[in-house]
Design a protein around this ligand. Structure first.
Ligand SMILES: Nc1ncnc2c1ncn2[C@@H]1O[C@H](COP(=O)(O)OP(=O)(O)OP(=O)(O)O)[C@@H](O)[C@H]1O
Ligand SMILES: O=C(O)[C@@H](O)C(=O)CO
Length: 417
């Protein structure tokens, strides 16, 4: 089976979000961490995802890494490239969405490409070219106060234009609701006017399907997980291909690692720790040189039958106090290194299923484990699928974005599996 879709994702858990939704809709997917080396055996899948950590780095580096990923994906034979960014359009005037999209557009000499961050099932919708989070425009949502990329505008065309020299247009909701032929005609007209990117209004899943059908042959698509599902649906309708079964989860002991301090994770940790053995990683003790990793591993080994939780998750006041004492990057580095070592130690002790909360924490864990690629399995909650590492020994990894998942996701992830 030749892969037809090649995805370049600007962060790890965002990549898994997209891949999980694709697998739910019957499209098999494999995710790589960074651009694979030439000697890597590429597992069979409909969709190959290259996960980068390029969202908040220097724009020139993000462009270089994304182009390298694009060239590798095209060399694998993919027919369509998808640039996956956050459904809240996380970026600044310096990038990196605009510069990367522009570079990809020039690289493959594509016609018009869509800007499609909507994921209606997660409350991200686009209307009149404005991005909404739930019932609030992006710039009135909590994203307004994001520490790295405060989103102070919700007009996607304006946000994109501030980051790119290429022009944008709009496909309005009334056009989308008129069906895929109308969308195609509008895109063709915009392209004839020299427009390179089009924001597509999207307020419901059916809109993604209509847009997907209109761009089923597009060489380049940009957006979030919802648009990938729309494309997969259009492709399945056009080719009549049936669903691929999700790969099975390895059997073995399990543990939960949480370095996310997001509100959703704090609730998940609080609920889970009520009736599961839990060990707190104290960053100040790490900084003091205490053997916290050794203690955590000993604790986990004593409690392997009960799926132990090891966490550093804390509320904003506690995080601020630690950061004031150690600095932001030192505290983050100490904690991420600790989770990487703990993950390695757990696998050496026979753990074969790891639930990890937090994008950076997940990154540290997969790097710590030396994971080169994961096959995407069954979705537990929207955007949070089980994944199975392709390296030996095979490990089941549930990599959860900070704000994703129901309050009981840690228990739900293992129920019946
Ligand atoms: N108690 C703590 N004090 C200070 N920093 C912490 C603490 N616990 C975790 N951290 C750091 O906070 C950061 C959390 O980022 P991470 O990406 O893992 O979670 P998130 O931001 O909730 O997830 P996402 O990126 O998916 O939204 C990490 O760098 C982690 O090391
Ligand atoms: O698109 C989303 O919202 C997520 O996949 C993500 O990228 C969160 O950072």
């Amino acid at each position: 089976m030749a892969p037809w879709l090649g995805v370049i994702a600007d962060d790890y858990t965002g990549a898994t979000d997209l891949a999980g939704m694709l697998v739910r809709s019957g499209t098999s997917a494999v995710q790589f961490f960074g651009v694979p080396t030439d000697d890597m055996v590429v597992p069979e899948a409909d969709c190959l995802v290259v996960a980068l950590k390029s969202r908040s780095i220097d724009a020139a580096d993000a462009v270089e890494q994304s182009l390298e990923a694009a060239r590798w994906l095209l060399a694998q034979g993919v027919e369509q490239l998808f640039f996956k960014y956050c459904s809240t359009f996380d970026s600044t005037a310096a990038g990196n969405i605009g510069p990367v999209a522009e570079a990809l557009h020039r690289e493959i000499g594509s016609g018009i490409a869509v800007i499609a961050p909507a994921v209606p099932e997660n409350g991200r919708t686009v209307y009149q070219g404005r991005l909404f989070v739930g019932d609030k425009p992006l710039d009135e949502s909590p994203m307004r106060n994001h520490p790295l990329n405060p989103m102070t505008d919700s007009d996607l065309g304006r946000l994109f234009s501030a980051q790119s020299s290429l022009t944008t247009g709009l496909v309005s909701l009334s056009t989308v609701r008129s069906g895929s032929d109308a969308v195609r005609q509008r895109l063709t007209a915009l392209e004839a006017d020299g427009i390179s990117f089009a924001v597509v209004d999207t307020v419901a899943d059916e809109d993604l399907i209509a847009i997907g059908a209109a761009i089923v042959d597009a060489k380049l698509v940009t957006g979030a997980a919802g648009m990938a599902v729309g494309l997969a649906a259009a492709r399945a309708a056009a080719t009549g291909q049936s669903s691929a079964p999700a790969p099975a989860l390895p059997v073995g002991a399990a543990a939960v690692l949480s370095g996310s301090c997001s509100t959703a994770t704090q609730g998940q940790v609080a609920l889970y720790s009520q009736d599961h053995p839990s060990f707190l990683i104290d960053p100040l003790r790490l900084a003091a040189g205490d053997d916290v990793v050794g203690e955590a591993l000993a604790f986990a080994r004593d409690n392997l039958d009960s799926v132990p939780l090891i966490y550093s998750s804390a509320d904003p006041a506690q995080v601020a106090a630690v950061q004031a004492e150690l600095g932001v990057s030192r505290s983050a580095g100490l904690i991420e290194d600790a989770f990487a070592s703990i993950a390695r130690g757990l696998v050496e002790s026979g753990v074969r299923r790891l639930i990890v909360a937090g994008g950076e924490t997940s990154g540290a864990v997969v790097v710590g484990l030396g994971t080169s690629a994961i096959q995407i399995g069954e979705e537990v909650d929207p955007g949070v699928p089980w994944t199975i590492s392709v390296d030996k020994p095979q490990i089941g990894l549930l990599l959860k974005s900070g704000n994703f998942g129901a309050p009981d996701i840690f228990t739900k992830a293992l129920e019946g599996r």
